[in-house]
Design a binder for this molecule. Sequence first.
Ligand code: DON
Length: 566
Amino acid sequence: MPKIVLFSIFFSCLVLNSSCVNIPPKTTFENSNVLDSAMVVSAHPLASEIGKSILLKGGNAVDAAIAVQFALTVVHPSAGNIGGGGFMVVRFNDGSHTSLDFRETAPALASKDMYLDDKGNVIDRLSLDGHLAVGVPGTVDGMYSAFKKYGTLKWEELLQPSIDLANNGFVLTKLEAEGLNYYNSNKLKFNSISPTYLEGTWSQGDTLKLTDLGNTLALIRDYQRAGFYEGETAEKFIQEMNRNGGLITKNDLINYQSKWRDPVVGMYKNFKVISMGPPSSGGACLLQILKMIESFNLKKMGFHSADAVHLIVEAEKRAFADRSKYLGDPDFIRIPLEKLLDSNYLIDRMRNYSSLRATISDSIYPGDFDFVESDQTTHYSIVDAYGNAASVTTTLNSSYGSGVVVGGAGFLLNNEMDDFSSKPGAPNLYGLVGGSANAIEPNKRMLSSMTPTILEKDKKLFMVVGTPGGSTIITGVLQTILNVIEFDLSMQDAVSAGRFHHQWKPKEIKIEQNKFDSTLIFQLMQMGHSFNFVGSMNRVDAIVVAKDGSLEPGADPRGDDAYSGF
Ligand code: DON
């Protein structure tokens, strides 16, 4: 891929002044299935460049993921974070895989009805705005845990590029400038100590310096996990909580622990799908939908045909109905994952599917089986020169999270508490409903839709994919996969293509306007579907391994998303 080589070497010499020749030796790992290139696709060109600089130094996909995560905290503050959490799925070049859950937890002082008024009604936006909306962040513990287990470069090397970026400043893209202006108009008010560097009106081309954040990142560089969960940063965090009724305590911070979990793994035709398990619903729902549609001839139906959209939407409704009842934090509830992913069960779920008529959402219920119940995000995809892959989705929840910046420490806090079900049946920000499985409990993780995913074909790495977008994450990942493996689109076309989404409730198909022709909409209406047209859906970032072993990026044109590689 000569274009990538020329561009990336020029850019990294110019911007990062990093070594441009230190390509890792191909013999570093025994038995390695070495690719002749490596790639990062993320929401921001500077973050992708930092990731590439780590890969060029010989770092592996996990090293690069850590560096990209910290870089996005600086250059993509609406979602990139140290004040939030996320999930990482890793596939190693020997075919083994693992996943890391660095999802936020409810503070120990949280309680089931904390967002309800005296009459038991949900208090509008209490789980979304300000200090009470914040879950205990997991990112820094997650990154350090990933580093301890799989990192090969020095921790300092992974942090320093982001510290430099924060302290020296970086030039805003149009989207980031607009984002900061949105933050100033809507979210700055949740701070009593105003992050002055964020005030004012921003334009494309302005330089933003984030020196408070630079200092915090330097503490994390020097003291690792303790640089965030203890000492100066923790003090500032607790002072911030105390300023306006936040619940997070010193103990919450000290006790936070990310967890290594088994990914959910299943087959779709001859593709092995490796994705995130609970407390994310992403992998389970993705596999459910894939299994429900597997026996139909999607290819024959055709890309964006009424039959294909109808089939996918109908399967989505059934998966989201199951999500609402059965999924939550596996450390708190029993999840019948085996049953939910069982082929016979999923075939049975489609028994009342009609290829001609939409099934009314109110007539679909979560699957009923014998089971005792005990009781603005961002994604990046990485493949390193050794053939290892990392798929990471990370979030503050909504854009700029709770809006609260930890005074003097310069980082935004999440509003992830809204991902719990505040009250059975009451929709959250993404219209998702849930019940007791996802009720608030102290120290519990809120159910997520994040779906960082890796596919393999014939035992070889095939695709790394993921996206932000709340509930639309699951269906965005699904369509991107199907666009490539069923409809033969290139990775970039698969990512750029229009997207649609159904989540059982509400009853409409959410669909990107101007990306589907009116005949299709008319045909689907005749089948009984209704629509919610939206401007632009999620930003998918993906990599596919072409037949010759080279890497093909899909960087979403809906954002500043960019790839970098060599
Ligand atoms: O974990 C989840 O499912 C949500 N907090 C993700 C939010 C999100 O993707 C927002 N992005 N646009």
